[in-house]
Design a protein around this ligand. Structure first.
Ligand code: GLP
Length: 243
């Protein structure tokens, strides 16, 4: 995680120097937890004026949120981001944007969130994890590269994968979510895909080396010109060029 943290920290330093802070794209999930912990540790070593400047300038948009969970619910991605990052950097809700999972009209909220990101200038640096079924954000199979921010129904495989945050019961995992689409993700200036663990090795190989396909939404990343891949040995075990 130190290598990707180095890269993100350098990106932040440059953005602050140039006073051009394009929104960051944030991801959730277990893969990202050590990343946020390492990032916070690193930022804590910054001189105070620089750290304060970062806290003032920070603006990020998360990929997704469950429909039906309020931000104060510890299982929501809003709560995750507050615990993992926001509370350590004193970020306000406006600085740490997520879709509102409690909006009366989820489809309308998805449109609003997509427009808000567009008006903020789109994503500069996008962090991504990888779902066991090849999803990025909550772009479940099948997802096309032109798909925008929208309401999605989660696959049972995803609900099983994420059940640990819901007492181990997949039925407790909300059935729907709001996610940025591949359109917004692929419009980012640079993308950092972080994948760890043997369980992701085969889907990572498929996503990177097989032809692009809606059935493996992450495969559309092949079409982006600035994707950085951060993997551990277990996750990269099926990638011939890295083994
Ligand atoms: C989740 C999130 C994704 C995340 C992925 C991997 O459901 N929507 O943004 O990257 O699935 O999660 P994990 O890191 O817990 O395996």
């Amino acid at each position: 995680m130190e290598a990707v943290v180095d890269h993100v920290v350098n990106h932040l330093v440059t953005a602050l120097d140039q006073e051009r802070f394009k929104p960051l794209g944030m991801a959730t999930g277990r893969t990202m937890e050590p990343f946020y912990a390492a990032l916070i540790q690193r930022l804590a070593t910054w001189p105070s004026p620089q750290f304060e400047q970062l806290k003032r300038c920070w603006l990020s948009f998360n990929l997704d949120e469950y429909v039906g969970l309020p931000p104060e619910d510890s299982r929501s991605f809003a709560a995750y981001m507050h615990t993992q990052l926001g509370c350590h950097l004193d970020l306000s809700h406006c600085q740490l944007q997520l879709p509102d999972g409690m909006a009366k009209d989820s489809a309308e909220e998805a449109r609003r969130y997509g427009s808000a990101l567009h008006e903020a200038g789109g994503i500069g640096l996008q962090l991504l994890g990888l779902g066991g079924n090849g999803h990025v954000g909550f772009n479940e199979p099948p997802s096309q590269p032109g798909s925008g921010c929208r309401v999605v129904t989660l696959e049972q495989a995803t609900r099983i994968q994420n059940a640990s945050a819901f007492g181990g019961n997949p039925e407790e995992v909300p059935e729907q979510a709001i996610t940025l689409g591949l359109d917004e993700i692929l419009a980012a200036d640079e993308i950092h895909l972080i994948v760890t663990g043997a369980a992701k090795a085969e889907i990572l190989r498929t996503a990177l080396l097989d032809p692009c396909s809606a059935e493996v939404p992450a495969s559309w990343l092949q079409r982006h010109s600035a994707v950085h891949l951060w993997v551990d040995d277990a996750a990269s075990a099926h990638l011939p060029m890295l083994s």
